[in-house]
Design a protein around this ligand. Structure first.
Ligand code: SF4
Ligand code: FES
Length: 395
């Protein structure tokens, strides 16, 4: 793979996750980008974390050599981008070694991080290893509120310092801001902050409600008025900051007319690998508890798992679709929306995503969102191993 190929791949390939990206890289061919959850360990406790409620343990994580083997296999298959995610990938001491290996086998590398563990020494080590891009999550525009959401005191200040270190090291920066009722009023300041710290891209991503976020939905759901205001703020900022900051925007599903094209369609353009090596059609796929997933630790190749495994085949294409999707003109546009959301809200991942106005459940979830958005619930059920145990035992 040549550098020119790498440059042609946008850093936003992961917007497939939120359904904002159009199909570009062909159907069922190996995806261009892979999201690697290096660990579920994390110093932060965000109540909307996209990790499954049942968090994987450090002892189950792939070893350094296993991750290297996976990267080599992916590069041989034609994967171009490797996104180091978590949990917090920086808790892994072998991160620079793994970044170096990824670059050696020709993969473009992106670090998706909370950045609270970043130091100048670590940034230098990662840059020297060949890291291409850094994406830092922010929970708000100022410390008190942001730290409350993250469940980590002093985190916001550390993130600001880390962003400076990243830019000083010459690395491109994306700011990821997950938005909800308790921080949407800070959006104008978050946009200004992203410009001030030198980000080239800002992802304004409203919370998607499965896993941890579903458990915290009443405390997070925005009002319709908040959402309308947000859309205006984003549109104004896009115009005003043209050439300075690219802004991606994902609205909350519950208020949409049509569902998002989640993952670019199940098993069509995306997979991720869990800390223990499970190959998943989406980062939240394990919330669908009646699916079983193959692992890179088994004797099957990643290519075989992608092409043939039951979990990928089950909702791939249109053959699985019920009405109204089955005879809908949009069935090859949004691929029936999000399987995880269908499972979370209807108990069957094979149903039409209730975010779609044609779903018989749509009005019900719209009303539910409106009702929850005006509650004064502000209590977070934080994402941590203790709560994971409690929730998992109760399910
Ligand atoms: Fe998409 Fe199905 Fe709704 Fe049609 S009915 S718009 S295919 S989710
Ligand atoms: Fe949409 Fe899993 S989050 S398919």
């Amino acid at each position: 793979m040549t550098d020119s190929v790498v440059e042609e791949i946008p850093a936003d390939t992961l917007s497939l996750l939120d359904g904002t990206e159009e199909a570009r890289y062909g159907d069922f061919g190996i995806p261009a980008a892979v999201l690697a959850e290096m660990t579920h360990r994390c110093p932060l406790q965000c109540p909307y974390c996209s990790n499954p409620v049942e968090l994987e343990r450090a002892g189950d994580e792939l070893t350094t050599e296993e991750w290297k083997r996976v990267m080599t296999e992916l590069a041989d298959l034609g994967v171009l981008q490797f996104h180091f995610s978590g949990g917090e990938p920086m808790v892994r001491k072998d991160l620079p070694e793994l970044v170096r290996h990824a670059r050696e086998v020709g993969l473009y590398t992106n670090l998706i991080t909370s950045a609270v563990m970043m130091t100048e020494e670590k940034v230098k080590e990662l840059a020297d290893a060949g890291l291409d891009h850094v994406q830092i999550s922010f929970q708000g525009a100022e410390g008190t509120a942001a730290d409350l959401i993250a469940g980590f005191k002093g985190g916001h200040e550390k993130k600001l310092a880390a962003a400076k270190m990243v830019r000083d090291a010459g690395l491109p920066l994306t700011v990821n801001a997950v938005m909800h009722r308790q921080n949407l009023d800070q959006l104008p300041e978050i946009i200004e902050m992203a410009v001030a710290i030198g980000a080239a891209r800002l992802e304004v991503a409203n919370v998607q409600y499965y896993g941890w976020a579903l458990k915290n939905r009443a405390a997070l759901m925005p009002t319709v008025e908040q959402l309308d205001a947000t859309t205006r703020i984003v549109e104004d900022a896009r115009e005003r900051l043209k050439g300075t900051l690219v802004i991606d925007y994902v609205i909350p599903d519950y208020y949409a007319e049509r569902p998002k094209r989640c993952m670019g369609g199940w098993g069509r353009q995306f997979f991720n690998i869990s800390p223990a090596g499970k190959v998943l059609p989406c980062h939240a796929a394990e919330t669908i508890t009646d699916l079983e997933f193959d692992s890179v630790k088994g004797n099957k190749s990643i290519e075989w798992i992608w092409q043939n495994s039951d979990a990928f085949q089950k909702y791939r294409g249109t053959g699985w679709m019920p009405e109204p999707c089955k005879s809908c003109d949009f069935r090859e546009v949004d691929w029936g929306g999000c399987r995880c959301q269908a499972y979370a809200l209807t108990g069957d991942a094979g149903n039409t995503d209730p975010a779609c106005s044609l779903s018989p459940m749509h009005d019900k979830i719209f009303k539910l969102a409106e009702t929850e958005a005006v509650t004064d619930d502000r209590d977070f059920k934080y994402r941590n191993y203790a709560n994971a145990r409690t929730f998992t035992a109760a399910e």
